[in-house]
Design a protein around this ligand. Structure first.
Ligand code: DCM
Ligand code: DCM
Ligand code: ZN
Length: 256
């Protein structure tokens, strides 16, 4: 999960500084995994990390797909992004010092969920739970496909190309953002008029990427190695970059 704090304008940077817990030492990246740690404690939040879409359709629709197992509306990562964005907008109002919401938690959830919605298999098919029930081998290791996309591709890239250092990968992505992808970045940052957050756009891209790259060519028991790794790593880098850029752009809109 990337949080390009350096892309924040002054107003957003100040608000983030105010809202972050002391222990974060003004580093948004250091708390981006908090939402995963509280899944067990805040049980209601575990359904907010993903969207299940109908098997094999490769499309996403908020009204159809954004609900939990009991059919409660908005209980998915897109709904959560909208909800925490709305909560954080109350920071700007005069009563911000006693908002009815916990805006620190709202910031940590929003930062994490904008990352998650960009992970291809976090917008996946229903029956395989976003690749969680598809057993594969990552080279020689047993793994589920979901974990390959959340962790293994990133970790293998770190080991092979960046001396096992996550900062190396992050720097490479930052570098791409300011050079090769500079024109694209402007498009990533924009959100439709009057909208502060655009999770439906990200979710639609996500299920397309899941179909075109994550699920494609994979079946139960597949052995995934160099061919899969080399062809999918660019997608992983692109989605990490989009997630980071869009988080910063969203925070700039919220606090701007
Ligand atoms: N997940 C998902 N789609 C689902 C269920 C879970 O994308 N239908 C994600 C959330 C976690 C990971 O998969 O990142 C593992 O979930 P769990 O611990 O609930 O099995
Ligand atoms: N991740 C990362 N570096 C790693 C492993 C994972 O940045 N070495 C990120 C990718 C996903 C997130 O962690 O955005 C996985 O989150 P979750 O557990 O919610 O699927
Ligand atoms: Zn998550």
């Amino acid at each position: 999960m990337l949080c390009f704090q350096s892309r924040l304008r002054e107003a957003a940077a100040d608000a983030v500084k105010q809202l972050l817990p002391e222990s974060a030492d003004n580093d948004l990246g250091s708390v981006c995994t908090w939402a995963d740690h509280v899944k067990f404690h805040y049980h209601w939040s575990s359904a907010l990390h993903f969207i299940d879409t109908p098997d094999n359709l490769c499309t996403y629709q908020y009204n159809r797909d954004c609900k939990d197992e009991d059919g409660v509306k908005g209980r998915c990562v897109a709904g959560a992004i909208n909800n925490y964005t709305t909560q954080l907008l109350s920071y700007n109002s005069a009563s911000s010092s006693h908002s009815e919401y916990n805006l620190t938690e709202a910031l940590l959830f929003l930062s994490h969920f904008i990352g998650d919605i960009h992970q291809p298999l976090h917008v996946g098919f229903t029956s395989d739970r976003g690749g969680n029930t598809i057993d594969v081998h990552w080279y020689t290791r047993k793994q589920v496909l979901h974990h390959v996309w959340d962790n293994n591709i990133i970790e293998t890239a770190e080991e092979r190309f960046y001396n096992s250092n996550i900062d190396g990968l992050v720097d490479a992505i930052q570098q791409n953002i300011t050079t090769d992808w500079a024109d694209l970045v402007k498009k990533w940052e924009t959100c439709s008029a009057n909208n502060t957050a655009c999770p439906d756009v990200y979710a639609s891209e996500g299920i397309k990427a899941a179909c075109d790259w994550a699920y494609k060519g994979v079946s139960e028991g597949s052995v995934l190695e160099d061919e899969y790794f080399n062809s999918r790593l660019p997608i992983v880098k692109l989605r990490l970059a989009q997630g980071g850029v869009r988080l910063a752009a969203t925070l700039n809109r919220i606090f701007g």
